[in-house]
Design a protein around this ligand. Structure first.
Ligand code: DQA
Length: 150
């Protein structure tokens, strides 16, 4: 079984009521439940963690280096555009990760166009609402399968 850690950044706990015209009607619990069902069908051990605090996300990333996590799926939310600390944590643990966004930051305000993480990510999926997470998870599963078969 492969362990995948899903990280959600600030304000994503408000999904469902937060700017639904941009982020859609699904709550974070619904998104996590959908991913859990998907993961179970592929024998993936999924852990989900959300925080509004940068240091808690940094701590969780550091913990991932020692708890058997093999891949990270992260929606850093606003920290995408601000956090050298989260970038450095991901670089430090050296775990492969996929960056996801519900919206397409590149089609929004200019300050959302820069990500501190993208150049370290294996890949990035954005603009598909909750499907961004599922597509990101599918991409990770495909990578895992490819590495097993190589
Ligand atoms: C987001 C996009 C970010 O720009 C924003 O700050 C978020 C959510 C997304 O999923 O579309 O909080 O990461």
């Amino acid at each position: 079984m492969v362990a995948v850690l899903v990280l959600h950044g600030p304000n994503l706990n408000l999904l469902g009521s937060r700017e639904p015209d941009i982020y859609g009607p699904a709550t974070l619990d619904q998104i996590n439940a959908q991913m859990a069902r998907f993961a179970a069908s592929y024998n993936v051990d999924l852990a989900c963690f959300q925080s509004n605090a940068e240091h808690e996300l940094v701590d969780r990333i550091q913990q991932a280096a020692d708890d058997g996590t093999e891949w990270i799926l992260i929606n850093p939310a606003a920290f995408t555009h601000t956090s050298v600390a989260i970038r450095d944590a991901l670089a430090a643990v050296s775990l492969p990760f996929v960056e996801v966004h519900l919206s397409n930051p590149d089609s929004r305000e200019p300050f959302r166009h820069h990500s501190y993480l993208s150049d370290l990510a294996i890949g990035k999926i954005c603009g598909f609402g909750p499907d961004s997470y599922l597509l990101g998870l599918q991409a990770i599963i495909n990578k895992i399968d490819a590495s097993r078969n190589s």
